[in-house]
Ligand binder design. Sequence first.
Ligand SMILES: [Cu+2]
Length: 119
Amino acid sequence: MKPTIMTAAILATALILGAQSADAHSKKEETQPADGAVLDMSPSAVAMRFDMPMRVTLISLTDQDGTAHDLTRTDNMQPVSEFSATPPVLPTGQYTVEWRGLAADGHPMQGAFSFEISN
Ligand SMILES: [Cu+2]
């Protein structure tokens, strides 16, 4: 094989593999509140739905000042398709949820979503 052809073959393989691994988790997870939601009261739950069971290893809720607010988890650190946690009663403001997890297929995953509480 000429070097140029070999390079092209390797590139094509890398592209196909890359597309497959990205495709395995192509569905954007559904969240509660929805990403970008504007609420008129503090949400009763912070939740994510995954396309396969996920062991959520880390989750944080921070406001616009970077202050962290505790979330009470209900998953016992087990893999779940629907993760839910209870926040404290939150004042008006802008909030970001960030999570990391390990998918059932062993892939490390992470995500973030934001919502606003406004009067
Ligand atoms: Cu995966």
